[in-house]
Design a protein around this ligand. Sequence first.
Ligand code: AKG
Length: 285
Amino acid sequence: MTAQATRLDARDANAGTKVVEALAADGVAVIENMIPTDRLGRIREEVLYLRQVAVGRPQREGRAAIGPMSALKRWHLGQLSTVFSIGAAPLARVICDNILGRRWYCSDILSMENYPSRDYILPWHVDVSNDARAALARVKVFCYLNDVSAANGAFCYAPRTHRFVQDVWRGMRDGTLPASKLHGLDDFRRYFAEFSTAIPEGVASKFQELTSDLDDRFALEAKAGTAIIFDETGIHRGGLVSQGHRSVLRYGYRRDTANYTNPLKHRITRAAARVVLPAPYRHII
Ligand SMILES: O=C(O)CCC(=O)C(=O)O
């Protein structure tokens, strides 16, 4: 299987800078040992707890998410201390500082357990829409909790596609391209065919080249404890689990500028939490 992304090690002192460079160039980076081997057992236990409290009952399969703020309000921080310490690791903070600026927080911690299925976990798609604030509005740190290969659903990313998707968003925003909601790879293919005369030639041909033969060569296979960081404007998919299972813990970080229902209350609660909570919680809440 071809490795289609820069691979580095979380213990490398310059890992943060290298991740930021790889994200700008390729839209994706793989970080080995994001979760040290000796903490994987504890993380798996805490993830079981997270799944139980997040959905109110033990749940073997599927997604379960908890927001750090809701974990705080429901007194679950202590039981999730290792999960939080990985999310607040210096490397995660350096990456968020560089990409999101100084004001960011962890908005959600998501556990995903996938078992054999006839369907891909998610087909080729991008996550964000044509919105100036959306590009890299969120950083996702996507950690494998077991060894993952193409056979058990490795995450797949088409490197460098983020640049051409962003060109299209830019064109829509400045009015040189017709506005349209594009999410799946087929939406992009249709759009490129329909507006071929408006889309700059370099953008269309490069996008087509990068997405013409997407398959398992783009699967990011890695050992338990490895994290994948990716730009959500690039084309990616969840793989197919044909045997075994895949266990993932995904941290989502956002700029602290989102429109909350009650922004003042939200800000005050977060500011207070940051003063009173010990590390690691105060770093990411
Ligand atoms: O679960 C996966 O492998 C895909 C996840 C994904 O597409 C996403 O986080 O945007």
